[in-house]
Design a protein around this ligand. Structure first.
Ligand SMILES: Nc1ncnc2c1ncn2[C@@H]1O[C@H](COP(=O)(O)OP(=O)(O)OP(=O)(O)O)[C@@H](O)[C@H]1O
Ligand SMILES: [Mg+2]
Length: 649
């Protein structure tokens, strides 16, 4: 395992370890040399005592003077450290003894030692000293009995002195010495610990300080700096850290300045873009409003004109004028749809309804176009009920059918609907047309994308149809899919939630043949006399009984005076005077005590405020220029709903 030591611990270890080793070595060598000295000294003293005793015992042993020997033994016991002694003769017999001899050492009554010897066991040092006769100098003085110095080494010993010397003092000394050395060692250790700690602090404190400052700088306190750390590497470290912090702070300031500049620039650009977008929306709204008014009147007049018996050349001309006006209306419609969908002001009104009647109507509406192109247009629809916004769904399917017809040269187009397993209904538009390559199947849903109109001929549309379809499908939360291959036709499909059929009352056959407006009473309010007259004469040409008024007041007056109740009211949304179209409808419903009186609002306004206002009212709005066919379809539908509600009631 690798130890993870800090600077301080390392410095401490480096300082203490040699001291510790030195202390141990010194203590051991000092103690052992002192003990050896003491031991030698003790042994020398023991030997000296034994030698003296042996010398003094020579004559009493020789003369057999036991008492004197015993006295000598007793006297020797007074010597320090003597534990016991015995004087034995040549045959090993004890002549005198004192103290206690160690019984475990070689017995003193064994064979006589020819030379002095020393043996040690435990705390006892045994010294055996032979007693040797000394030569007599008989010549010197016959009266003085002097003994010559020295012993006769060659003469056999007379006996020996066995002396047990106690080493207890030596051991006591050793313990004392050990304690002393241990204390000194401990003191040295403590001293070196204090010193090392002091030293390590000197090294680790500045490093820790630098580390703390680096952490603070890392946490964003760019103004922090390391104060001078003395000198050498530590000072270089401090300077390096300070320099790094300065550069970091500079870099951060630069970056912040750049971000601020970029943000300001972006904000300006965004504001500019928003202003431009707003200006564009305003321009679009204003332009479409101004365009719608004359287009609307034009449409109405053309429709009326077509109902007269005209000479052949004029008929052709009127047809061409109608076609041109129709194309222009379609373009205006598409632009308006896109801008309304983008502005998010269109809200779906979900209802439960039977799908087949709607699909039948769509097919019927496209039959003329199919016939014109020599294509078959078929319908295969099962009896299913769905939940969706019928108007918006109809726009989706119509768009897909007109595309299918437009991009198919031969063969046909089939509109089909069938149940899916997961509670959904799938509406499919199949064609045998040109098909769409896989890599283009996504882009065709973008605005103004057309695969086959490089010259951007307006006769071939704008490239907005599928963009509108996609936005509508998203708005309704219906999944839109496409399967296609070049030369093998296309299948556009939309999946929507299936529901249980409503009760029979709701599905009852309509009392009035659909599309027949003969005798239907309609009130029209429009302050533009041209539009008012145009609408009135168009409605009249469909067989309606029309009451047209240029203001709300005029309409209320006529209703009050005559015994005439409208079945439906059509009003321009923006009227001169205090009331707008919505107010007129509400007031009329109140005066006639008919809160569900069918109504249609017509407007050239595309402003979000106006759209939001009408959306909440639940009254359908047609945008100018209103195509006669669309107006007729809407009148029919409103009357159908009203009839349905009456039946329910
Ligand atoms: N059923 C189809 N078969 C083959 N190509 C198709 C089909 N439907 C659409 N496309 C291709 O996708 C393009 C975009 O279609 P979209 O409906 O958006 O515009 P458009 O039909 O050209 O014009 P607009 O619908 O605005 O009158 C078309 O121009 C056509 O190239
Ligand atoms: Mg199209």
């Amino acid at each position: 395992m690798k130890l993870r030591w800090g600077v301080r611990a390392r410095v401490m270890l480096a300082a203490i370890l040699p001291m510790l080793v030195l202390a141990v070595v010194l203590t051991v060598s000092y103690t052992s040399s002192r003990l050896a000295d003491f031991h030698n000294e003790l042994e020398a003293r023991g030997k000296a005592v034994a030698r003296q005793l042996a010398a003094a015992s020579e004559f009493p042993v020789f003369s057999g003077n036991h008492r004197s020997l015993q006295q000598l033994a007793g006297g020797a016991m007074a010597e320090e450290d003597v534990a016991g002694l015995r004087i034995v003769d040549r045959s090993g017999r004890t002549l005198a003894s004192a103290g206690i001899l160690d019984p475990l050492l070689m017995p003193p009554d064994g064979p006589l030692a020819p030379a002095p010897w020393v043996e040690r066991r435990g705390a006892t040092l045994r010294i055996v000293e032979p007693i040797r006769p000394r030569p007599l100098d008989l010549d010197a003085d016959p009266t003085a009995f002097t003994v010559a110095a020295g012993t006769q080494a060659s003469a056999p010993p007379l006996g020996s002195v066995v002396l047990d010397f106690s080493l207890d003092r030596l051991y006591a000394r050793r313990t004392e010495l050990l304690w002393q050395s241990a204390s000194i060692g401990l003191l040295v250790l403590l001293g070196s610990l204090v010193l090392a700690s002091h030293l390590s602090k000197g090294v680790s404190r500045p490093i820790r300080r630098v580390a703390d400052i680096v952490l603070e700088i890392g946490a964003g306190e760019m103004h922090r700096r390391v104060e001078p750390l003395g000198g050498g590497s530590l000072q270089r470290l401090a300077e390096g850290v300070n320099e790094m912090a300065r550069r970091l702070a500079d870099a951060r300031e630069d970056m912040a300045r750049e971000i601020e500049q970029a943000t300001a620039e972006l904000r300006t650009r965004k504001n500019e873009a928003e202003r431009a977008n707003l200006a564009k929306s305003r321009f679009l709204a204003a332009a479409s409003h101004d365009l719608r008014q004359p287009m609307h009147a034009l449409g109405l007049f053309i429709a009326e004109l077509q109902q007269y018996q005209l000479p052949q050349p004029t008929r052709g001309l009127v047809r061409q004028i109608a076609a041109s006006a129709d194309a222009m209306e379609k373009l205006l419609d598409s632009l308006l749809d896109i801008s309304r969908l983008d502005a998010g002001v269109l809200r779906p009104t979900l209802r439960v309804f039977a799908l087949r009647p709607m699909l039948t109507r769509i097919v019927a509406a496209h039959e003329p176009a199919a016939a014109e192109r020599g294509l078959r247009l078929g319908l295969r629809a099962s009896e299913v009920w769905v939940r969706s916004d019928p108007l918006l769904l109809e726009r989706i399917v119509s768009n897909l059918i007109s595309n299918a017809l437009r991009y198919t040269r031969e063969g046909g187009v089939l509109l089909a609907c069938r149940r899916q397993g997961d509670g959904l209904v799938r509406i499919e538009v199949r064609d045998s047309g040109t098909g769409i390559p896989l890599e283009r199947q996504e882009v065709i849903f973008q605005e103004f994308v057309q695969l086959d109109n490089a010259e951007r001929s307006r006769d071939k549309g704008l490239g907005l149809g599928l963009a509108i379809v996609k936005r509508l499908a998203e708005l309704l939360d219906h999944r839109l899919t496409l399967r296609s291959a070049p030369g093998r036709g296309s299948v556009f499909a939309i999946a929507l939630p299936r529901t249980e059929p409503l009760d029979a009352g709701e599905a009852a056959p309509e009392p009035r043949p659909p599309g027949d407006l003969g005798g239907v009473r309609i009130a029209v309010v429009d302050d533009d006399p041209l539009v008012c007259a145009g609408t009135a004469s168009l409605l009249a040409s469909w067989g309606c009984e029309v009451e047209a008024a240029a203001s709300s007041a005029a309409l209320f007056e006529r209703i009050a005076n005559a015994d005439w109740r409208p079945a439906l009211v059509i009003s321009d949304l923006r009227l001169q005077g205090p009331l707008d179209g919505l107010d007129v409808v509400r007031e009329l419903r109140e005066r006639l005590a008919e809160p569900t009186l069918p109504a249609v609002l017509i407007t050239g306004d595309t402003g979000a405020d106006m759209l939001a206002l009408t959306r909440d009212s639940g009254i359908p709005v047609l945008h100018k220029p209103v195509r006669p066919a669309r107006l007729r379809a809407l009148i029919n539908r409103q009357l159908e709903y009203a009839a349905g509600e009456d039946d329910d009631a």
